[in-house]
Design a binder for this molecule. Structure first.
Ligand SMILES: Cc1cc2nc3c(=O)[nH]c(=O)nc-3n(C[C@H](O)[C@H](O)[C@H](O)COP(=O)(O)O)c2cc1C
Length: 359
């Protein structure tokens, strides 16, 4: 793990290009792809802090990294100070920062006191940040990802209190917990940014480098975080309007060298190629069931073949887990994908609806 100081990173650039935390998707192979295609900083998917602390199996399944996977922020969902602190202590040697998810609006999370529910308990978030800050090294980043509160004044109050508690930076998904697909509130981003000394990262509908540059100019935010935009085009921060085939080739080499399971391997290709493939071709591609069928299809239609070893990574030598035994990454099947994308052949805009998986 490179000992990158996240605060230094913010100072080196006009704004940081950031790959968002994404359950099931922002895992190790995708983070490597993102880094090699213009991202400055990547997040792990949200990990449940309590099971991560209690179970070696959860640690093996939920988190893998490698030397190249840096700078990296590990995001946790926690509803107690002790879970967040204990989980953070485990990942310190393997990452450059921890982040607390205070943005997840899903019903289960709200009910259990995770994610956006914490926005109603600012004193708990404050305490979590303060206590983690006291237990991790000074250079190690502590951050929180929040959503807008009903009034900017309240968001600013919360942001300032977290600054006071010792966050390294904050991320603001510029929608309220109730809002789903409405346009983001750029004015609020500007207001919150201006009221903080720590850097603010903007999130919501960042889909291209031009869009990121514009939002940076409009709001002054020091980071631009993209989720669906990155899935759809992992080279977006390089300025490409759609995924270049070189990026698809990179994904084939990285994900297969790291022995990524089929669903993850295939889902990412489906997202990346949504705007490259004509509709009929996409219908066939989306329903493929094996790695060899996917490779055959890509070779025939795009001249892309797997080049073993070309990524420079090896599942046997390079993957690090925060446990003693060495295992490969495992990924869950992706219920959303199976129920919605594969079954609906006329499905036209996969990624716009993908937000439904998390939002
Ligand atoms: C598939 C998917 C998974 C997500 N998982 C997480 C997560 O683990 N943690 C989190 O804070 N936000 C998560 N989000 C929300 C995104 O990080 C982001 O806040 C939201 O999608 C808005 O950004 P966008 O417009 O760039 O997609 C997820 C979003 C998607 C689409």
């Amino acid at each position: 793990m490179v000992n990158a100081d996240i605060l230094d990173l913010f100072q080196e650039k006009d704004f940081l290009r950031i790959c968002a935390p994404m359950v099931r998707y922002s895992k190790l192979p995708f983070r490597i792809l993102a880094k090699r295609n213009g991202c400055d900083l990547c997040y792990s998917p949200m990990i449940m802090a309590d099971s991560f602390v209690q179970s070696a199996k959860a640690r093996r399944n939920e988190f893998t990294t490698c030397t190249e996977d840096s700078p990296l922020i590990v995001q946790f969902a926690a509803n107690s100070v002790s879970d967040f602190v204990n989980a953070a202590e485990i990942v310190v040697p393997f990452s450059n920062g921890v982040d607390l998810n205070c943005g997840c609006p899903q019903r289960w999370a709200m009910k259990e006191g995770y994610g956006a529910h914490l926005l109603t308990k600012p004193e708990i978030i404050h305490d979590m940040v303060r206590q983690v800050r006291n237990r991790v090294p000074e250079h190690y980043s502590v951050s929180v990802k929040i959503r807008l509160l009903e009034e900017d004044r309240k968001t600013i109050e919360l942001a300032r209190s977290l600054e006071f508690a010792g966050v390294t930076f904050l991320t603001l998904h510029a929608r309220t917990t109730q809002e789903r697909h409405s346009p983001i509130h750029e004015d609020s981003l500007r207001e919150v940014c201006q009221s903080l000394k720590v850097p603010l990262v903007a999130n919501g509908d960042v889909k291209s480098l031009k869009g990121a540059e514009r939002l940076h100019a409009e709001t002054g935010c020091k980071g631009m975080m993209a989720a669906r935009g990155m899935l759809s085009n992992p080279a977006m921060f390089r300025g490409y309007p759609t995924t270049p085939l070189t990026c698809v080739q990179d994904w084939i080499n990285i994900s297969l060298d790291l022995e990524t399971i089929f669903n993850c391997f295939h889902h990412h290709l489906v997202f990346m190629m949504e705007h490259i493939m004509p509709k009929e071709e996409r219908r066939i591609f989306n329903s493929l069931k094996t790695k060899s069928a996917v490779l055959e299809f890509l070779e025939k239609n795009y001249g892309i073949t797997y080049e073993p070893g070309k990524s420079g990574l090896s599942s046997a030598n390079d993957i690090i887990i925060c446990d003693k035994s060495s295992v490969r990454e495992e990924m869950s099947a992706g219920a959303f994908f199976e129920t919605t994308v594969q079954k609906d052949e006329s499905y036209d805009d996969t990624l716009d609806s993908l937000g439904g998986l998390y939002n």
